[in-house]
Design a protein around this ligand. Structure first.
Ligand code: SAM
Ligand code: SF4
Length: 456
C-alpha cells in the first residue's frame, strides 16, 4: 500500500451508511409519512425485517464520541425510556406484516449494556412475542467492555444474543485516559472465551485510529493484541473529528491529534498486519476471518451495508428503528426519530411515533443508492445488468449517476479500478479509497461539501 496514494485521496466525504447521507434528511418526512411508508414497506424488497434498538445512555462520555448519546440520567428516566421503546415497538409493529422473516436485531447506542440487563430482557421479550426470528437470525449488541461482566455474557446469550461487539478503541490505557474512557473491566481474552463458551458465533472488536496519544508504534501493539485475541471481525474506524457537530471533541485538540502522515501510517499498518494474519479486508475499514459470513458474502458479491455496518444479503432486511435518534432504513426512505430523550418519551406517550426528519427516495435516488452500495460493498458495478433491472438504458444510468471517464481516470492510472464502460471493478487497493470512488457517483455531493470527516 502506497501512503502517497492514500494521502492523495484523503479528503472530506460521507461514509455512505445511507444514501443520500443523513445530512440530506429534512422535516418533510415525519411521523405521518412514516406510518404510510411502514404499510408500503410490507410489499417492498427486501422482505426481511431488521430491528434496530437505540439506547442513548453512557456511564461516562468519551471525548471522541460521534455517536448519539446523552450520558446517564438520574431518577427513573431510563425505565421511562424503556417503557416508551416498548410502546413504539407496539405502534410500529401494528403496521408491519409480522409474518415476514426477522433476520436481524441490533442493539446500538450509546451503550446498550449500560442499562440493567433486566430492561434489555423486558424489551427482548416484547420483540420475540411479536416477531419470529429465522434460525440464523443475527442478534447483536454493541457493548462497552468497561462495564461488561462475564455473567452478563451468559445472560445475553440466554436472551438469544449471538453476536457481541466490544468497543475496545485502543488497548493502550494511556490513550484511553486522554479520551476519558475506561479500559475493559475483565481481560478481553476472558470476555471472548466466555462468548465462545456460550456458543456465540460472532465476536467483533472496534478500534479507532487517529486519537491523541496514538503513534504508529503504539497502534501496531493494539492491532497485534487484537490479532492474538482473534475476533471473527474487527473494525478499525478512522477517528472522525467533526467538532463543528460534536463540540466535546474540541478537548482532544489540546492533547494534540496525530499528524495526517501518522494517521495514514496507522491505517496502512492495520491493513497490512490484519491481511497478513488471517483477516480479509471488507470494504474500507472492516476485517473478517475467511470463514466469517461477511468474507463469504464479499466473495459471492452479496455483501450489503446499513447504518449498523456491513451485513450479508441474507441477514439484511428493511430496518425498523426504535428509540431516540434511531433511523428506519426502508426501501422507500429513511425516517429518524427525535434526538432529545425526554421529548422522545413525551411524543411516544402521546402519539406512538416520534419521527423528526428523514428522506423519501425518488427512483433516481434509489438508482444512485444501488450503485453506491455496490461500490461500497462489493466493489463491482454491472451497468448493463443494473440498467436492465431499472428498465433504462446504460447511457441513462450513467447520466443519473454522473459517470465520467475523465473523473475516473486518476483511479485507473493509480491501479485502483478498471472499467470497460459496461462493468466497473475495484482492484485490490481500490477498497482503500472506496469512499472517494463512491463520491464520483454521487451528483448530490456538490450540494454539501466541507461537512464531512476525511476519508482516511
Ligand atoms: C455506539 S459505540 C459502541 C458501544 C459502546 N458505546 C462503546 O463505546 O464501547 C460505536 C463505535 O463507534 C466508534 N466511534 C465513536 N465515535 C467515533 C468517532 N468520532 N470516529 C470514529 N469512530 C467512532 C467507536 O469505535 C465505537 O465503538
Ligand atoms: S464511544 Fe461509546 S461509550 Fe463512549 S461516549 Fe460514545 S457511545 Fe458512549
Amino acid at each position: 500500500m502506497n501512503i502517497q496514494i492514500l494521502n492523495k485521496y484523503n479528503k472530506p466525504g460521507p461514509r455512505y451508511t445511507s444514501y443520500p447521507p443523513a445530512t440530506f434528511f429534512h422535516d418533510g418526512a415525519n411521523s405521518e409519512s412514516y406510518q404510510k411508508m411502514l404499510v408500503q414497506s410490507n410489499s417492498h424488497q427486501p422482505e426481511n425485517i431488521s430491528l434496530y434498538i437505540h439506547i442513548p445512555f453512557c456511564r461516562q462520555l468519551c471525548h471522541f464520541c460521534g455517536c448519539n448519546t446523552a450520558g446517564y440520567p438520574g431518577g427513573s428516566l431510563v425505565e421511562q425510556y424503556i417503557d416508551a421503546l416498548i410502546k413504539e415497538i407496539h405502534s410500529v409493529s401494528q403496521l408491519i406484516d409480522t409474518s415476514r422473516p426477522l433476520t436481524q436485531i441490533h442493539w446500538g447506542g450509546g451503550t446498550p449494556n449500560a442499562i440493567h440487563l433486566s430492561l434489555v430482557e423486558k424489551v427482548m421479550n416484547e420483540l420475540l412475542a411479536i416477531y419470529q426470528p429465522t434460525p440464523k437470525a443475527e442478534i447483536a449488541m454493541e457493548c462497552n467492555p468497561a462495564m461488561l461482566e462475564l455473567e452478563d455474557i451468559d445472560q445475553l446469550a440466554a436472551m438469544g444474543f449471538n453476536r457481541l461487539s466490544l468497543g475496545i478503541q485502543d488497548f493502550n490505557d494511556d490513550v484511553l485516559k486522554l479520551v476519558n474512557r475506561k479500559p475493559s473491566k475483565h481481560p478481553v481474552e476472558a470476555l471472548v472465551a466466555r462468548m465462545k463458551a456460550n456458543k456465540m458465533d460472532g465476536v467483533n472488536i472496534d478500534l479507532i485510529y487517529g486519537l491523541p496519544g496514538q503513534t504508529p508504534e503504539s497502534f501496531q501493539k493494539s492491532i497485534e493484541k487484537a490479532i492474538s485475541i482473534g475476533p471473527d471481525r474487527l473494525v478499525t474506524f478512522s477517528y472522525a473529528h467533526v467538532p463543528w457537530v460534536k463540540a466535546a471533541q474540541k478537548v482532544l485538540e489540546k492533547h494534540g491529534l496525530p499528524s495526517t502522515e501518522d494517521k495514514l501510517a496507522m491505517f496502512e499498518l492495520a491493513y497490512t498486519l490484519l491481511t497478513q494474519n488471517g483477516y480479509e479486508a471488507i470494504g474500507m475499514d472492516h476485517y473478517a476471518k475467511p470463514h466469517d459470513e461477511l468474507s463469504i458474502a464479499l466473495k459471492n458479491k452479496k455483501l450489503h451495508r446499513n447504518f449498523q455496518g456491513y451485513c450479508t444479503r441474507e441477514t439484511t432486511g428493511q430496518v425498523y428503528g426504535f428509540g431516540a435518534t434511531s433511523i428506519a432504513q426502508l426501501q422507500g426512505g429513511y425516517y429518524q426519530n427525535i434526538k432529545d430523550t425526554r421529548k422522545y418519551i413525551e411524543l411516544i406517550n402521546s402519539t406512538g411515533f416520534a419521527v423528526e426528519r428523514g428522506y423519501e427516495l425518488t427512483t433516481i435516488d434509489a438508482i444512485r443508492r444501488t450503485v453506491i452500495n455496490e461500490i461500497m460493498c462489493n466493489g463491482l458495478v454491472e451497468f448493463d445488468k443494473l440498467a436492465a433491472d431499472y428498465e433504462i438504458s446504460i447511457d441513462e444510468l450513467k447520466e443519473i449517476t454522473g459517470f465520467s471517464m475523465e473523473r475516473l481516470a486518476p483511479y485507473i492510472q493509480d491501479n485502483l479500478l478498471e472499467t470497460d464502460g459496461k462493468t466497473l471493478r475495484l482492484l485490490e487497493n481500490g477498497f482503500l479509497v472506496v469512499r472517494n470512488i463512491a463520491m464520483e457517483f454521487d451528483p448530490l455531493l456538490n450540494k454539501k461539501t466541507g461537512m464531512y470527516s476525511k476519508t482516511v
